[in-house]
Write a protein that binds this ligand. Structure first.
Ligand SMILES: [Zn+2]
Length: 243
């Protein structure tokens, strides 16, 4: 059975494909906005988490430092007690024992003092790190806020453009030959912009299938041809018009 030859002008196919491509681009733009916002939210959350980690370290470092200072003080108090006992020592032996204890406590406190100084330095460093992390968090939050405004504004424009493009498409689709309408609608429904494909030299621009001379001849005569491989509506692109 010989298929019915339907005339489907290349100019109309080119226009339809152009509009479908714009629609595709606009829908990617619509999807891009929320994706950007989600990525931004993740960066804010990451900066927030980094801040919390440093805050926690700082809290622990302060507690440890306080603990060491308390130990130092209680040992100092004990040294004072021992000194008082020293003066009232009942024997030389007791005197020596107190003296040894005082010396040991002194020694321990010297080490403790060094450790306390180190803990102060550590706390200073953590304070600096916290300030930097909080600045980064603030920056990420500000960036996200700006992004939100920017994406919202951009989406308004994109949605407007979708409206224009849909109107153009409706207009162009009125010119589609009625015999082609059903398969066009079905194909667009399932393949979107890939429902149409330009002929590239001698192959389908959609799937690269090499086309027969017969197909090329039909196309030159503006007869509707679908790619035998991907089924797209084929058309001669501007570049190939003369050949
Ligand atoms: Zn194809």
């Amino acid at each position: 059975m010989a298929p019915v030859k339907v005339e489907f002008p290349a100019k109309l196919l080119r226009r339809l494909h152009g509009i479908h491509r714009q629609k595709h681009e606009l829908s990617s733009q619509l999807a891009r906005g929320p994706r950007q916002l989600k990525a931004g939210e993740a960066m804010v959350a990451k900066a927030q988490a980094a801040t919390e980690v440093i805050k926690e370290s700082l809290k622990k470092a302060k507690l440890a430092s306080d603990e060491k200072q308390l130990q130092l003080k209680s040992r100092e108090a004990r040294i004072e007690e021992l000194k008082a006992k020293l003066n009232m020592a009942a024997s030389n032996r007791e005197f020596d024992t107190f003296k040894e204890q005082i010396a040991a406590d002194h020694q321990a406190n010297e080490v403790q003092s060094d450790e306390i100084l180190e803990s102060f330095e550590r706390i200073d460093v953590l304070h600096e790190e916290l300030a930097a992390a909080e600045a980064e968090l603030k920056k990420q939050q500000d960036d996200q806020e700006a992004r939100l405004t920017e994406v919202e504004e951009r989406l308004i424009v994109v949605r407007e453009n979708v409206g224009h493009v849909d109107a153009q498409l409706a207009d162009a689709e009125k010119k589609i030959p009625s015999a082609a309408m059903d398969s066009y609608k079905r194909l667009v429904q399932s393949k979107g912009e890939e429902a149409l494909a330009p002929m590239e030299v001698d192959s389908c621009g959609g799937c690269n299938q090499t086309l027969t001379t017969h197909v090329l001849d039909q196309l030159r005569l503006s007869i509707m041809v679908n790619c035998p491989n991907c089924n797209a509506f084929l058309y001669i692109s501007e570049d190939n018009r003369v050949s």
